[in-house]
Design a protein. Structure first.
Length: 425
């Protein structure tokens, strides 16, 4: 087994998960941060992280961290951590392509005695059923004889400056009891919040995938309550504030459910459940409800415009925010696009304004080119869709200045006072 003091680490994938992890390990042991995106490697070598997860000062502290896009740079490593995305496809089925390609990369560099650790969110069994066989096939090595594996699911929360990689407790696991202890000891070198060693890789995989499934279902319940209360003419936020006075009431709020975790991970679990002959009714019902919220928001806005005798077809609408969450440039699986698509069906012209996003990335990913700045007094309706700090600082007057004298202001995120807006979710 590798001596914990002689670890030479390779982190494969330098996105929102991989980079913060590589930086922390790069403070205490030799670490290679690997990514096939040469542009990403170039910016990191210049001390810049466009995701804003790691500040230049923190990058500079990782004195044992180097960056590479060449495979040869990984050959000196003896422990590898895979942190690539695990998306879903157009049919909402798990897309393991990035994970399989990363495993092929591992197979080209892994040597006898090495340990490969996966952090990407998957369904129970995926690491040993899908990934490890690829490493074996490419390397010619035998699992748990020539090389070993671990699984330690990521818990990164993009844009969160309080809950960082080192301050979030880490679940760990290994392909043998000894490797489990090794993986746990490795992460304890950087995770100050502590670790939890699971009994097996499958347990650790299952623990990760239910974390976000639970949140998804909780949000779906609140979204359904919002639909009910809106029909009853009751303000949802007031109800939630009143219910929240009880000590054990969970403080969820209604809204769009996007991002790389909550809106995706449940489909990994439901996929595996259906493989073994079980139809997960509650999880899929929650997914359907949450996936329908964008269309509901657009419908509510159109109804309000009609009540105000604002011509819908040909109207101009300003949508504030495109990212999947506030104060973060991450566009992955943003459900704001559902609102835009629905409004387009009504013949509405939509401008999107988001000071946090990379405009070229938004255009490449979704075909949306956010405006540089909204036009004053030009819009029939405004949707405050993402609670960026820039929008909070503008306040009601600053936001309404973009609207025509008679316009509808729809606040999805409860940023503004109730009596200052026309619609709330």
């Amino acid at each position: 087994m590798i001596d914990i003091e002689n670890v030479r680490l390779g982190v494969i994938g330098l996105g929102y998960v991989g980079l913060p992890l590589a930086v922390e390990f790069g403070k205490v042991l030799p670490t290679v941060g690997f990514d096939i995106n040469t542009g990403r490697i170039a910016e990191l070598r210049d001390g810049v992280d466009h995701t804003l997860e790691v500040e230049p000062a923190l990058l500079a502290e990782a004195t044992q961290l180097s960056f590479a896009s060449e495979l040869e740079a990984l050959r000196e490593c003896n422990v590898y951590i895979v942190t690539v995305p695990t998306p879903i496809d157009a049919s909402r089925q798990p897309d393991l392509t990035p994970l399989i390609r990363a495993s092929e990369t591992l197979g080209k560099v892994v040597a006898k005695g090495d340990v490969v650790i996966y952090e990407s969110t998957v369904y129970p069994g995926a690491t040993e059923e899908e990934c490890i066989p690829v490493v074996e096939r490419v390397s010619g090595l035998v699992y748990n004889q020539d090389f070993y594996a671990g699984y330690s699911p990521e818990r990164i929360n993009p844009g969160d400056k309080e809950h960082r990689v080192t301050t979030i407790k880490k679940v760990t696991s290994g392909s043998t009891p000894e490797i489990g202890e090794f993986v746990d000891a490795l992460y304890r070198r950087v995770i100050v919040a502590g670790t939890h060693l699971a009994s097996s890789i499958r347990v650790a995989e299952a623990a990760k995938v239910i974390e976000n499934t639970q949140r998804d279902i909780n949000i779906a319940l609140i979204n359904e309550l919002a639909l009910i209360f809106n029909r009853l003419g009751i303000d949802t936020e007031e109800v939630l504030e009143a219910a929240g006075t009880k000590w054990n009431f969970l403080p969820f709020r209604p809204g769009l459910v996007g991002g790389h975790c909550i809106g995706v991970d449940p489909y990994y679990l439901t996929h595996k459940a259906q493989q073994v002959g079980y139809h997960p009714e509650m999880i899929l019902a929650g997914r359907r409800l949450n996936d329908g919220m964008g269309a509901y928001v657009a419908g509510q806005l159109v109804k309000q415009m009609i009540k105000r005798r604002i011509q819908v077809e040909g109207a101009r609408v300003l949508v504030l925010g495109l990212t999947f969450k506030e104060n973060c440039p991450d566009l992955r699986n943003t459900r704001i696009v559902d609102i835009l698509a629905e409004l387009a069906d009504y013949g509405v012209t939509v401008d999107v304004f988001d000071p946090q996003v990379n405009k070229a990335e938004a255009e490449a990913e979704y075909g949306i080119r956010p405006v540089e700045a909204p036009e004053a007094g030009a819009y029939d309706s405004i949707i405050l869709a993402v609670a960026h700090r820039e929008f909070r600082e503008l306040g009601v007057e600053g936001i309404r200045a973009w609207g025509k004298p008679d316009h509808v202001l729809y606040d999805l995120k409860y940023v503004l006072p109730k009596n200052a807006v026309d619609l709330r979710l």
